[in-house]
Design a protein around this ligand. Structure first.
Ligand code: GTP
Ligand code: MG
Length: 210
């Protein structure tokens, strides 16, 4: 198989197995990077059939992604979040096919009909989507991938800077478990605000978006 599914996962024991299972159903090998989860994320991912790389300390999504990326040996890769719901193999192929055929450098998955709030968040900020297919070489060429905790703005900026060919691909019926649901309302909201603050800082730093 010419594609690796790469999933950074942090404290996702309740959700990771279902995402790994969909990739397995699609016949795609899965690499999960768990950097210091305090729950059973790594075990759940392994049981579901993924190869898991573990780091002792938390590095943020960017650090985990970059670590996993260095271990990817296939020419194509598909980044997925660990907390997706309603995911089907057809969603994975919808992102991969235009990249594997050479039509696009990157396909970015956008939720559709995956739940009101999830759709709203994802459609308001599709350039932050964690669902992306691309060539492994292209992702390795992104500078500053680990500069911040969240890698998506650096990736999106590089798309714009290099005039890469990219497109949004709708993922009908797919969604995610929101932070407020995963971590409890107030804690989840705090995490969301911190994430938005960091993303805002990034965009105020003069970076553009694709
Ligand atoms: N390995 C690793 N993965 C992380 C880390 N932070 C987030 N992730 C993963 O990155 C993906 C997206 O993170 P979420 O916290 O769901 O963020 P989000 O989906 O952008 O935010 P919400 O819309 O609020 O749910 C999930 O698979 C997380 O497990 C981290 O520090 N390390
Ligand atoms: Mg999420």
């Amino acid at each position: 198989m010419d594609t690796t599914v790469l999933i950074p996962a942090y404290n996702e024991e309740a959700h990771i197995a279902a995402v790994v299972a969909v990739a397995q159903e699609a016949g795609l090998p899965v690499l999960v990077v768990d950097d210091g989860s305090t729950d059973q994320t790594a075990q759940a991912a392994e049981r579901a059939g993924a190869r898991v790389l573990r780091l002792p300390e938390n590095r943020g999504k960017s650090g985990a992604l970059a670590f996993g990326l260095a271990h990817v040996q296939t020419p194509y890769l598909l980044m997925l979040d660990a907390d997706l719901t309603g995911l089907k193999p057809k969603h994975l192929w919808a992102m991969l096919e235009p990249v594997r055929s050479g039509e696009l450098d990157m396909a970015i998955g956008v939720f559709k009909s995956g739940g009101l709030m999830t759709d709203f968040g994802n459609r308001a900020t599709p350039f932050l989507s964690g669902q992306r297919a691309c060539t492994t070489a292209w992702l390795k060429s992104v500078p500053n991938l680990t500069e911040r905790r969240w890698p998506e703005p650096a990736i999106t900026d590089h798309l714009a800077r290099t005039q890469a060919r990219w497109a949004y691909v709708e993922l009908p019926g797919a969604g995610q478990v929101m932070k407020e649901q995963k971590r409890g309302f107030w804690r989840g909201l705090g995490m969301r605000l911190r994430m938005y603050a960091e993303l805002l800082k990034y965009s105020l730093g003069g970076k553009t978006r694709a």
